[in-house]
Every structure is written in C-alpha cells, then in structure tokens.
Design a protein around this ligand. Sequence first.
Ligand SMILES: [Zn+2]
Length: 225
Amino acid sequence: MTQDISHNIQDYLKRIYEITRSGQKASTSQLAQVLGISAASVTNMLQKLSKSSPPYVIYHKHHGVELTELGKASALKILRRHRLIEQYLVEKLGYAWDEVHEEAEILEHALSPLLENRIDAALGSPRFDPHGDPIPDANLNMPNMQQTPLTHLAVGESGSVIRVPHEDPQVLRYLEKSGLRPGVQVKLLSRTPYDQTIHLQITGKNEEIIIGPNLGSQITIKVDD
Ligand SMILES: [Zn+2]
C-alpha cells in the first residue's frame, strides 16, 4: 500500500520523520516552511493523512503531528531510496556531493523495488550516504548513532564529523572547500560570544574554518572521549 501513495504524501511523511526524529512533534508552521507551502494547505493534508485508513499520522490541531507505524515505515522507505540514490550517483557515476540531492528528490519517487535492491547490492549495502546520513536497511532499520550538534563542542574539545546538511549545494561546496566532511576530526578553537559563531581546525591542518550557528547546528559529530 505504501507504493501507491502519491509523491506529495511521500514528501510530507519524509519531512515529518525528519522533524520528529529526535522525539518532538512537528508543527504545522515547521512543515509549511520546509515544504514551501501555506499552513492552511498543510493542515488540510494532515487532516487527510490522519483520517485515511489506516492513518499515516496522528494529528490534533494546535498539538502538532507525529507518524503512525505505517507513516514511519513509508517515510523510512523513501529516505532509504533517497540516500541510496545519492550514494550511487557519487560512488558509481562520479557526481559531486553537491549535485545529487535534486536528482534524488526526483528519482526517489520513481525507483522500483527491484532497482532499489540492485543499487543496494552494487554498493555493498552501504550504511551511510555521501553526506553521512544513515541509510535504513532493507527491513527499514536505521543504523543507531550517538551524535551531537557541532555547536555543542566546548572550546578545546574535539570530535569526528558524522553528517552534514545535504540540501543546499552552496553549503556543500563551502564544506568541501573547507575539508569538513563525514569522518574528519575537528577541534573547536574558539566561539564568538555575541552570535555563537565557531572557529574550528581539522586535525592535521592549519587553516581555521569559520561556521555560523545555523550551519553549525545542522552538522553533527561524535565527541571524542
Ligand atoms: Zn538529499
């Protein structure tokens, strides 16, 4: 049944999953913002998704929305496809990591289960995509990860980058140029008190990398023991 839902609904479920991943509910205004549509349209869709049988979401006006088990499985299915496509394009077709998100947004809705399995096999069932996002396995289990926003590092503390935001090519080109990619170890040199901009250094390099609070909160790391 999840194969039959529209692209539009798949996008909603994916966005709700991303916002509610760490336990909080998603609000109508958050969804309106990330989907680029009006709050009224979001409310209509959430009402529809909560009344389908079986329902995809649990929604009470003014209390935000969360996914049912069915909604979560549908979201993980589309995220698996999105991330496998991004990894395939980079690893097998030579795309740069800032070129793959738009392609994946289109292709994730078109992949057949067979092609999804072939891509997974061709890549050796990868656990992460090029941006460090975990790829749910064929049973839709998500690899478990302890991660902290980069901005939570204390001055002098270090950690390894786990994931970077994948949607904005400009941001990805900046990170590429800075050498800030999943797997590298960074140390926090200083923090600007008035706006929480952070200054970092990659282990083994001399250049100082400057990251603003917005971007810094979207990059996650594993803090060194
Ligand atoms: Zn993407």
